[in-house]
Design a protein around this ligand. Structure first.
Ligand SMILES: Nc1ncnc2c1ncn2[C@@H]1O[C@H](COP(=O)(O)OP(=O)(O)OP(=O)(O)O)[C@@H](O)[C@H]1O
Ligand SMILES: Cc1cn([C@H]2C[C@H](O)[C@@H](COP(=O)(O)O)O2)c(=O)[nH]c1=O
Length: 234
């Protein structure tokens, strides 16, 4: 590797957690700090594979569950050469969802184990930082357009959240946590406000969440620029 490489930064979370909003703000902030940055998102609905996925998510077509899982993964793999090229050019990539969504959403369906779901994504470029935006399904369901696409029910999102929590126990991944939103019912308070030691102190405001995300990202960008890119789950 000749020069400094860019960082691979991923934002994850349940639907409507604010990932896209924060990715856009982070790209702007990095650029304003003199760090080249671009946003990518998965699924990337612009490719041929992405269009199959999009039609499935919009409930215009049906796909067998294993098949759509592999399509989501293929959609990431088809973008790997471009991702590596940009990272080698020193461009920081801010990615809206990645393999963790792939595993969390499919393994929330009956009959899917975590290991089977992870396998197709083993060896993808490993994120230097994965930030998880935690939002209760109740609050998510109150945000714009929730319910239009497949998977957008509170029951399913709750199952997805549990799968994410399991994935976050994997210390081989550089997780950072953001806790958004206040608990609505006292009984759920412990669950939804629980955060591990390594916490981003995020409030519900877009600006406050952004500040935390930007701080962690700038640290990561500086730290990894001379380090080799890793391989996920290897
Ligand atoms: N911190 C926040 N507080 C209140 N509303 C927010 C916050 N962040 C984002 N929103 C709003 O919530 C909605 C969903 O935001 P956004 O599209 O960024 O989420 P997302 O996680 O990318 O959603 P999805 O994964 O479902 O596409 C938007 O209407 C956005 O303006
Ligand atoms: C990457 C990925 C995503 N999904 C799910 C998660 C969401 O419900 C949709 C994508 O919605 P967005 O508004 O475009 O973020 O797809 C999934 O099931 N598997 C995946 O790998």
């Amino acid at each position: 590797m000749a020069g400094k490489r860019g960082a691979l930064i991923v934002l994850e979370g349940v639907d409507r957690a604010g990932k896209t909003t924060q990715c856009k703000k982070l790209v702007q902030a990095l650029q304003q700090n003199g760090r080249p940055a671009e946003m990518m998102r998965f699924p990337d609905r612009s490719t041929t594979i992405g269009q199959l996925i999009s039609s499935y998510l919009e409930k215009k077509s049906d796909l067998e569950d294993h098949t759509v899982h592999l399509l989501f993964s293929a959609n990431r793999w088809e973008l790997v050469p471009l991702m590596k090229k940009k990272l080698e050019q020193g461009i920081n990539l801010v990615v809206d969802r990645y393999a963790f969504s792939g595993v969390a959403f499919t393994s929330a369906k009956p009959g899917f184990c975590l290991d089977w779901c992870k396998n197709p994504d083993v060896g993808l470029p490993k994120p230097d930082l994965v930030m998880f935006l935690k939002l209760s399904p109740t609050e998510a369901s109150l945000r714009g357009q929730f319910g239009e696409e497949r998977y957008e029910t509170s029951v399913f999102q709750r199952a997805v959240q549990q799968k994410f929590e399991h994935l976050m126990k994997d210390a081989s991944v550089n997780w950072q946590f953001c806790s958004l939103g206040l608990p609505i019912l006292p009984l759920t308070a412990f669950h939804w406000t629980w955060t591990p030691n390594d916490v981003i102190d995020a409030s519900a405001s877009i600006e406050d969440v952004h500040e935390d995300i930007a701080t962690h990202s700038l640290n990561t960008v500086s730290t990894v620029e001379n380090q080799p890119l890793g391989e996920l789950w290897k």
